[in-house]
Structure formats: structure tokens, C-alpha cells
Design a protein around this ligand. Structure first.
Ligand SMILES: C[S@@+](CC[C@H](N)C(=O)[O-])C[C@H]1O[C@@H](n2cnc3c(N)ncnc32)[C@H](O)[C@@H]1O
Length: 185
């Protein structure tokens, strides 16, 4: 969506060099995936994509922000920026040994993610949960927040390797996080 592109471009124009640190869940579980292609959904400036490229994966890093994709461009020969809107993006069947979805939610993509993995392929998914009580998020952003157990139920056709729902006490907003690692049988 054009509005998303404008909003995220503005954020990325503000940031200097991208943080080099990959998400902890990616660092911890990516070695479970067979060698091959990886897809980083909503990759941002590519900290996770670059980490995977350095590990030997050939990575398609997809994001709507052309600013973010330009920052990733040329940083590693095996990290390929793809500037695209995930509201309409199509993940081809059985292409990827590893799919990452970190801090982004598009429920439309769930079936494509399952189909996009090769047998034995690994999904690493971590994003925000709707809170409760004082953490409750106002209605406008609820579309982008998981409900309790939703992530687990959505990927039960995979072999679940790791699942947790936690609260990050260092944050005041978006402090609830769901994390899943699954393997396509
Ligand atoms: C919170 S950031 C997460 C970036 C990265 N996965 C990370 O963990 O650092 C969310 C990302 O989603 C991207 N995004 C938002 N809406 C999108 C859309 N419709 N299509 C593709 N990317 C989108 C934004 O540009 C942004 O880079």
C-alpha cells in the first residue's frame, strides 16, 4: 500500500546505517534449515537477510520501502532486495529452505508461507501480540497484532519446534511477542 511505503520510507530515511544484529530467534534457529534459498518477509534494511547471506543462504529480501531496499542493495552478493507490496506479493510453491517473518503481520500470506517452504524447510516467525489490560492496543493497529495462540494455530500443519508468547518488560508498547519455529513435513 502506497501509504505504508511513504510511512516506512520516512522512518528509514531517518536511520543511518542499519543495525548489524540479527534477531535472536534467527541466530538461534536458522541452522535447522537445509541449505538453499531463504525468503525474508518485510526485511527492512536487511539485518536478518544479511546474516543469512553470510551463513550461505541465497536470500530474497522483500519490503515495500524502496529506501530500505536501496540500503540493502550491494551489501552482499547473495542478499537480493525485492521492492514489493506484500499485500499483493505471491510466494511461489516449494521455493524456500527458510522463511523469516520478523515484526510484520499479513494473515493473507499464511497459506503462501506454508506452501513456499520445501519439505524439511524451516519457518521462523516472530511478531507482536495484542496485549491485555493496560497493554491493550487501540483499535487502529489491531489488524497488525496476533491474538493469543493465533500463530501456533495458524501453522499447526508444520512440525512445531519452538513456540512461546512472552512480554518484554523493557517496552511500554508492543511489548507482547509471539515466536514460532516450525518445520514443513
Ligand atoms: C517493524 S519493520 C520490521 C523489519 C525487519 N523484519 C526487522 O525485523 O528489522 C516492518 C517492515 O514491514 C515493511 N512493510 C510494511 N508494510 C508492507 C507491505 N505492505 N509490503 C511490504 N513490506 C511492508 C516496512 O517497510 C518495514 O520494513
Amino acid at each position: 500500500m502506497q501509504q505504508d511505503r511513504i510511512r516506512w520510507n520516512a522512518k528509514y530515511l531517518d536511520k543511518a546505517a542499519p543495525s548489524a544484529k540479527p534477531a535472536e530467534i534467527v541466530r538461534q534457529f536458522c541452522s535447522l534449515a537445509p541449505e538453499g534459498r531463504a525468503l525474508d518477509i518485510a526485511a527492512g534494511t536487511g539485518k536478518n537477510a544479511l546474516f543469512l547471506a553470510e551463513k550461505g543462504f541465497t536470500v530474497d529480501a522483500v519490503d515495500i520501502s524502496d529506501v530500505a531496499m536501496r540500503k540493502l542493495s550491494g551489501r552482499h552478493p547473495n542478499a537480493h532486495p525485492v521492492c514489493a507490496d506484500l499485500d499483493t506479493f505471491d510466494i511461489l510453491r516449494e521455493q524456500y529452505s527458510l522463511i523469516l517473518n520478523i515484526r510484520f503481520l499479513s494473515r493473507r500470506l499464511f497459506p503462501y508461507i506454508r506452501e513456499g517452504l520445501v519439505p524439511g524447510g524451516i519457518l521462523i516467525f516472530e511478531t507482536y501480540l495484542e496485549g491485555h489490560g493496560e497493554d491493550y492496543c487501540h483499535a487502529s493497529c489491531r489488524d497488525y497484532l496476533l491474538r493469543d495462540n493465533e500463530l501456533l494455530h495458524s501453522f499447526l500443519s508444520l512440525k512445531i519446534i519452538f513456540y512461546q508468547e512472552t512480554r518484554d518488560p523493557s517496552r511500554t508498547d508492543f511489548c507482547h511477542i509471539a515466536s514460532l519455529v516450525g518445520c514443513k513435513l
